[in-house]
Design a protein. Structure first.
Length: 743
């Protein structure tokens, strides 16, 4: 890193070049801490934009029959506000904190894949910018953050806003998944000696749960986005009921992603609270194992409850009961955590500073959001209240009352580590009270508005009794939050310059990030303290009452696995969900094929069967190549790898042959639902094979140059995992589409 030399530069004469080098230093950095800060800064920027959009909406809604904004503008604002807050604020700010703190908290020097990390950030950054370019086209997305069809289909949204929305989200999705794979591999493989998985700080544990959710839930969104884009651009009809498609399918796929997304946003918040509360109660967390295990339960249950967002569809009694019961069950692990946090505070030696203020407010407000969530699990109540302001109140209690308050708490807690200076407590408490009062003013009254029947997503309302007053209160509260935010920004600006010097560990805190300087050097640590318990820094500073003397935690087994292979497995888990959902769409659309023009009868099963054998044998030749590499038989290795590539290419030629035949018979992707699903599934598979072939060619070049040695075969093994996966997907595709196994 060149930071050192830049800081020595003579600013008076070299002002602009120094700034330029500095900027370049940031843009090209691979340091996880800098990338973390870039994520956080970008999120703060979009928080400003999303908050401004919210303020405009609240101005419009402050009075009945107001005409400050028209309906078209209002639709764009709530869509962009929701999308921005979820994808451009919530997710990146958490990725930012994870980037900065996970390696520090586990005693690592960096993340597992620094280059992938930088790639993930920049692709997110461009996705976010692209989404906002839609404003320049004169029509921002306006179909709501869940972008329901048919509203978002070409027929009803003919302008480009929705296309920007889809492509922006696809790019950010790629960024999120690559970031998640990175954090996953980091936590699994780079923990300092002695830190078993049962000894990681709870923030790290929650991040592990969160990245698993990202890896497995985002592909559901991606598959839905891909299908919608194909509908819009190529004229297929996945989501067009008038041509046999299904509007409800979008809702299923969106919420298979969307419900876990709620946990993606809140689990790291749980983690932050679980760091802050113990430190400021001067106690270890009460029931670490329960907190950790209950988050596993949340991840598992979180997958089975998506349709509680869809009770109004009319899914039928049994489906409703299933999803209602699942949703109620989630209350149990969540309740356990609230109990643990409370018990940690109970009888503690409380240091009631700004950070803890935010944490305690989090507890109270999150419970309110949780309770209204339980209300929605009761189907009749949902039918009554869905699409009213009660929903708006509910999810803002979770997202602001929960997530944003946890973020503020974490900001006051970790700012000293990140900058070396303390934030000002008086300004901190001022911000706190502005936010608590403002937030509850804005959103508490919306429960009542909802029960009085005020629908959400309306740009104005009639002067019904009480509505004007409650909406006025809500809008005034938003002003409090806006001022509170300015106080925070002021606090940060002032403290960066003149804040009290923090020192390494101003809170006498417990976890490894406090064992290095503030801010930490590029390499994070000079030496990592010995880890014999969950609170290594406490043990170091208080040897007389070290944790390991009284509490035994499982020893570290020290087996950390092969990094590229771990990443490859995480990646294919994500890809598997993507293909699974495309195949489900195929099965859904092709079991009732009575009115279809084209059916799978047009496929040449025998010929494709033969080409499939080529692909499958390529897995065998790959396996053989791997053996040769291990034995150091370079030439035999090159030959069998070359053969693998050849077999892959032959398979691709077979697919091209098949496509040409269909196209010559005028069967294209928009002919009917069979052709749409067929081309989508096999097309995506073909793209994957092509990517695999390219990766194999790179390996072969390395092999021919003699630089792929047995010792450096990790990456090769990872490519192998991917290649076998692509073959397995094809076996499923062949069975389902060509042999009609599920029909
Ligand atoms: C900071 C103060 C905030 C205010 C004053 C505010 C206000 C609003 C308003 C007025 C709406 C439109 C309601 C409607 O017409 O149905 C809305 C929708 C929404 N907000 Fe916020 N919001 C704030 C923060 C947040 C945050 C932090 C998040 C998420 C992390 C968030 C997520 C959403 C979502 C997902 C929607 C739904 C958009 C849609 O209906 O498509 N908001 N908010
Ligand atoms: Cu949900």
């Amino acid at each position: 890193m060149t930071t050192g030399s830049v800081e020595q530069a003579d600013y008076t004469s070299l002002e602009s070049p120094a700034n330029y080098t500095r900027l370049l230093d940031w843009v090209s950095t691979l340091d996880h801490k800098k990338i973390g800060i870039m994520y956080i800064m970008t999120a703060v920027f979009y928080l400003g934009i999303g908050g401004f959009e919210a303020l405009l909406m609240r101005i419009q809604l402050a009075l009945p029959n107001n005409t400050f904004l028209g309906p078209k503008m209002f639709n764009q604002l709530f869509t962009m506000h929701g999308t921005t807050m979820v994808f451009l604020v919530g997710m990146p700010v958490l990725t930012g904190f994870a980037n900065y703190f996970v390696p520090l908290m586990i005693g690592a020097r960096d993340v597992a894949f620094p280059r992938l990390n930088s790639f993930g950030f920049w692709i997110f950054f461009f996705g976010a910018a692209l989404l906002h370019f839609s404003f320049l086209t004169g029509s921002a997305p306006n179909a709501g953050w869940f972008n329901y069809v048919p509203l978002s289909t070409k027929a009803y949204s003919s302008l480009q806003g929705v296309d920007y929305w889809i492509i922006g989200l696809l790019l950010m999705g790629i960024g999120s998944v690559s970031g998640a794979i990175n954090i996953f591999a980091t936590i699994i493989s780079l923990r300092a000696p002695g830190m078993s998985l049962q000894r990681v700080p709870l923030f790290v544990w929650m991040m592990l749960m969160q990245v698993i959710l990202i890896i497995l839930a985002l592909p559901a969104l991606n598959s839905a986005l891909a299908m919608l884009l194909i509908d819009r651009w190529l004229g297929s009809a996945f989501f067009d009921p008038s041509r046999g498609g299904s509007a409800v399918l979008w809702q299923h796929y969106f919420w298979i992603f969307g419900h876990p997304e709620v946990y993606i946003l809140i689990l790291p918040g749980f983690g932050m609270i679980s760091e802050v509360i113990p430190v400021f109660s001067r106690k270890p967390i009460y029931g670490y194992t329960f907190v950790a295990a209950s988050s596993v339960a949340i991840v598992l249950l979180g997958y089975g409850v998506w349709a509680h967002h869809m009770f109004a569809v009319g899914l039928g009694m049994y489906a409703d009961i299933f999803f209602a019961v699942g949703s109620l069950l989630i209350a149990i692990p969540t309740g356990i955590k609230v109990f643990n946090w409370t018990a940690t505070l109970w009888g503690g030696e409380i240091n009631f500073n700004t950070s803890l203020h935010f944490a305690v407010a989090f507890l109270l407000q999150f419970v309110i959001g949780g309770l209204t969530g339980i209300m929605f699990a009761a189907v009749p109540i949902d039918w009554q209240l869905t699409d009213t302001y009660f929903v708006v109140a509910h999810f803002h209690y979770v997202l602001i009352g929960g997530l944003v308050f946890a973020l503020f708490s974490a900001t006051y807690y970790w700012f000293p580590k990140m900058t070396g200076r303390m934030l000002n407590e008086r300004l901190g408490l001022t911000q706190f009270w502005l936010w608590v009062i403002g937030f509850n003013m804005t959103f508490m009254v919306q429960h009542f508005l909802g029960m009085m029947g005020m629908p959400r997503r309306v740009y104005t309302y009639a002067d019904n009794p009480g509505w004007a007053l409650l909406n006025g209160v809500a809008s005034l509260g938003a002003v409090f939050m806006a001022v509170g935010t300015l106080v925070l920004l002021w606090n940060i600006a002032v403290s960066l310059k003149r804040g009290k010097i923090a020192g390494d560990n101003p809170w006498d805190a417990f976890t490894l990030e406090w064992a290095t300087t503030s801010p930490p050097p590029t390499e994070n640590f000079e030496t990592v303290p010995e880890i014999k318990s969950r609170r290594p820094v406490w043990d170091l500073n208080h040897p007389e009452s070290a944790d390991w003397k009284v509490e035994t935690t499982p020893e570290d087994k020290g087996r950390r696995g092969n990094l590229p292979k771990i990443a490859a497995w995480a990646f294919i888990a994500s890809e598997a969900v993507f293909f699974l959902l495309l195949l489900v769409a195929y099965v859904v659309f092709n079991t009732r094929s009575a009115e279809e023009e084209v059916t799978s009868a047009v496929l040449n099963v025998k010929r494709t069967g033969i080409f499939s054998l080529f692909l499958i044998s390529s897995s065998v030749t790959f396996w053989i190549a791997e053996r040769f590499l291990k034995r150091g038989m370079q030439k035999a290795f090159n030959i069998s790898l070359g053969l693998t590539i050849l077999l892959g290419i032959i398979f691709l030629c077979g697919q091209a042959w098949e496509y040409t035949g269909l196209l010559m018979d005028n069967i294209t992707i928009n002919t009917d639902l069979f052709s749409a699903t067929f081309f989508t599934v096999t097309g995506f598979h073909g793209i994957h094979v092509t990517a695999g072939v390219i990766a194999l060619i790179v390996m072969l070049i390395l092999g021919l140059k003699g630089s792929l040695t047995a010792r450096k075969s990790n990456v090769f093994a990872a490519v192998g995992v991917y290649w076998h996966f692509v073959d397995v997907v094809w076996i499923a595709v062949f069975g389902i589409i060509y042999l009609g196994l599920l029909q």
